[in-house]
Design a protein around this ligand. Structure first.
Ligand code: AMP
Length: 284
């Protein structure tokens, strides 16, 4: 069932809660692919009812980012969700979520601001305010849907870590279920933004997973020094690449790792032409 209004969702949720049913939420920005589908399947399996939100959240985009050109494929998304056994596809308009507030100015909205220590690094460095927008919208979705479980992909690992922190710090009664990264056979992590890649860029995009898997292989052979491990990156880059970051950080609190260990996540952001992609791998 495709719903656009918050009151309609609340009505359904209240009905389910009265019946004692558990609710799973899968927040997305649409243009659904098999990565999203893996989260959806987990929710359908684990919960009595599943809500998938499809909302391109304007307040998590920075000026100059791809808000206007972000792929919008609601009809296909709806079909995929129906086939997967989703009970509600919630696709609100920006006005439904924020009123006119965000269009006037951010000064007219209440925000949820995650800790600076978690947002002043990795994607937060170049995407200032991005995680404020993410935490705000996820908080709103939690309040609207009141899920027992919420499913997030490890593909966006910094986001996942920040949302776990938010849930803990604000005592939000939801359990976050992390879901592994789904990749193409080539190793490329599935992403709605892969749609921006030309066929040449697609080849160049394989560098992300190659770099990460190579670092993991070196770690498994006994190399523990992040600086030395990071130097391997350059043999995978060409003139179409621009490396934004390659960092070794703790999987729980994003602290920088001086020595790599099994709780280390290697994070990468790489531009291929104009397209910015992210990926990460656990060294465990
Ligand atoms: P998005 O629509 O990009 O905001 O993503 C919605 C959710 O799907 C987030 O929790 C993402 O981490 C997750 N996701 C996106 N791509 C993948 C992937 N390749 N594997 C696993 N989860 C993913």
């Amino acid at each position: 069932m495709l719903l656009h209004k918050i009151v309609e969702v609340r009505e359904k949720i209240n009905e389910w809660k009265k019946q004692g049913l558990t609710v799973g939420l899968v927040p997305t920005m649409g243009a659904l692919h098999n990565g999203h589908l893996s989260l959806i399947k987990k929710s359908v399996e684990k919960c009595d009812r599943t809500v998938v939100s499809v909302f391109i959240n304007p307040i998590q985009f920075c000026p100059g980012e791809d808000l206007d050109k972000y792929p919008r494929t609601l009809d296909a998304d709806e079909k995929l969700c129906n086939d997967a056994g989703v009970d509600i596809i919630f696709a609100p308009s920006p006005k439904e979520m924020y009123g006119e507030g965000h269009i006037l100015s951010n000064d007219f909205l209440t925000y949820v601001i995650p800790p600076f220590f978690y947002t002043n690094k990795l994607c937060g460095k170049s995407r200032v305010g991005h995680f404020d927008g993410v935490c705000t919208v996820v908080n709103k979705l939690f309040n609207i849907v009141q899920p027992d479980f919420a499913f997030f992909g490890e593909k966006d690992r910094q986001q996942l870590i920040i949302l776990k922190k938010m849930v803990k710090d604000l005592n939000i009664p939801v359990e976050i279920i992390p879901c592994p990264i789904v990749r193409e056979e080539s190793g490329l992590a599935l992403s709605s933004r892969n749609k921006y890649l030309s066929s040449k860029d697609r080849e160049d995009a394989l560098a992300l997973s190659k770099i990460l898997f190579n670092i993991k292989a070196c770690y498994k052979k006994g190399m523990k020094d992040p600086q030395i491990l990071a130097e391997t990156v350059y043999s995978f880059l060409n003139e179409n690449h621009s490396l934004e970051y390659l960092e070794f950080r703790d999987g729980d609190d994003l602290e920088e790792k001086k020595v790599a260990d099994d709780n280390t996540i290697v994070f990468i952001a790489l531009k291929i032409g104009d397209v910015r992609l992210i990926d990460n791998v656990s060294l465990k």
